[in-house]
Design a protein around this ligand. Structure first.
Ligand SMILES: O=P(O)(O)OC[C@@H](O)[C@@H](O)c1c[nH]c2ccccc12
Length: 258
């Protein structure tokens, strides 16, 4: 699946027309995660569909969703911009960035410098770089390019090998462990557990995907996650504001009175 997505991306890159620079104030994702009141900090994702689940949220209003996430105390918002597989759009990111004060992560398959420039122009604060999608040298190149242009990077890994290869070249400031295997789409929090002990202690650590309950939040927190990235389980709920509070164990839908 990942290979197929990357193949589509390679073709798309040539067709990208760079939009004009959107006037924005850039905010640090890393700072926002570090100073979050919620622990672990929440990166809440704006995602209409995914290759594994199809359409998750038919009634998709990115601005309203983002505002609700912000109100619910999300430290940052992740916006899917891939059109083909996730029904996202770069315009959603432009709109969301203008509607909230928290930093925005561009969630896409970045494989070329042109996409970094595009991310700068649409107003992203950070971009995702996927370890399994890039050779280490290329990944480092894009990482440097992003930082030079004022963007931070979330470096995502799923496999131990990938992480080890990256760490021989550089230490990303922000590392995401994807609990989802992009080949099989299965998620397991054991991935977070196993990768945690290999992570450099100076890197901030995000556990990504497959988190849908308060118990799971506590589990990944015990494993050492500083932040979590959650999409589907929030997107499935009509009211995302209360969905966030429920996820963090703050509201009981039913309280049994004796
Ligand atoms: O919807 P979930 O299971 O809560 O996962 C969110 C996020 O981690 C997931 O969307 C994701 C993680 N890495 C990616 C890379 C590309 C696209 C999407 C992703």
């Amino acid at each position: 699946m990942l290979e197929q997505i990357l193949e589509t991306k390679r073709k798309e890159i040539e067709t990208i027309i760079l939009p004009p620079q959107n006037n924005v104030k850039r905010i640090s994702l890393i700072n926002a995660l570090k100073h979050s009141k919620r622990k672990p900090a929440l990166i809440a994702e704006v995602k209409k569909a995914s290759p594994s689940k199809g359409v998750i949220r038919p009634n998709f209003e990115p601005i309203a969703i983002a505002k609700a996430y912000e109100e619910a105390g999300a430290a940052a918002i992740s916006v899917l911009t891939d059109q083909r597989y996730f029904e996202g759009h770069r315009d959603y990111l432009i709109q969301v960035k203008q509607a909230v004060q928290v930093p925005i992560l561009r969630k896409d398959f970045i494989i070329d410098r042109k996409q970094i420039e595009e991310s700068v122009r649409i107003g992203a604060d950070a971009v995702l770089l996927i370890g399994e999608a890039l050779e280490v040298k290329k990944l480092y190149d894009l990482y440097e390019e992003a930082y030079e242009k004022g963007l931070e990077c979330l470096v995502e890994v799923h496999e131990r090998d990938t992480l080890e290869r990256i760490l021989t070249v550089f230490t990303p400031k922000l590392i995401g462990v994807n609990n989802r295997n992009l080949k099989t789409f299965q998620t397991s929090l054991d991935t977070t557990k196993e990768m945690a002990r290999l992570l450099p202690k100076e890197s901030l650590f995000v556990s990504e995907s497959g988190i849908s309950s308060y118990k799971e939040i506590q589990t990944v927190r015990e494993y050492g996650a500083d932040a979590i990235l959650v999409g589907e389980s929030l997107m499935k709920k009509e009211n995302v504001l209360s969905a966030v509070r429920e996820l963090f164990g703050e509201v009981n839908s039913f309280v049994d009175t004796p």
